[in-house]
Ligand binder design. Structure first.
Ligand code: MN
Length: 197
């Protein structure tokens, strides 16, 4: 059985940028629903329950057809959100340091130019989806709960949830204000750790 991981900080600790109301709804209701629906779907394919989630997501076509869509949507949702909580921190914001900072500057010219491009791409996601920074420093987007490892790509360094459920309570329809705020909570230590790995 898959489980929703605890938040690595308090619900209200990102409050200046993302309210406790959003965090409670997003973590306790939306993420929980992905996990519940994933577990329910796998009742029909019990052999898959012992497999690491990544091994299901990297090749959906190998799964029984009856569970492929559920694993894609709810397994993707569980995978993406489990990372998303760690990509934010009450001590976040600022800029990366060290090798990752150098690599970003070499690729984009400056940290701000990287932020601008990531922001532009995240705002261009039509409907629900995610924006990602990949280990090769490409910035890509996916629709719905699709995740880069479903496409044969490496696991992302950083990801941003741009579903309306991630921001609507605080920001209404203003996704741009949400994204602008989100940079203040990005956990660059965690991103750097993934880059080094
Ligand atoms: Mn979400």
């Amino acid at each position: 059985m898959y489980k929703v991981p605890d938040l690595p900080y308090g619900y209200d600790q990102l409050g200046k940028y993302i309210s406790g109301d959003i965090m409670r709804l997003h973590h306790d209701k939306h993420h929980q629903a992905y996990v519940d629906k994933l577990n329910a779907a796998l009742d029909n394919a019990p052999a898959l329950k012992d497999r690491p989630l990544e091994s299901l997501l990297v090749d959906l076509s190998q799964l029984p057809e009856a569970v492929q869509l559920a694993v894609r949507n709810h397994g993707g949702g569980h995978y993406n959100h489990s990372l998303f909580w760690q990509w934010m921190s009450p001590d976040g914001g600022g800029e990366p340091r060290g090798e990752l900072a150098q690599a970003i500057i070499a690729r984009y010219g400056s940290f701000q130019a990287f932020v601008d491009e990531f922001t532009t791409k995240s705002l261009a996601v039509f409907g629900s989806g995610w924006a990602w920074l990949q280990p090769n420093l490409d910035i890509i987007t996916t629709p719905n709960q699709d995740t880069p490892i479903m496409q044969g790509l490496n696991a992302p360094l950083l990801g941003l949830d741009v579903w309306e459920h991630a921001y609507y309570l605080d920001y209404k329809n203003k996704r741009d204000d949400y994204v602008k705020s989100w940079w203040n909570v990005v956990n660059w230590d965690f991103v750097e750790g993934r880059y080094k790995a």
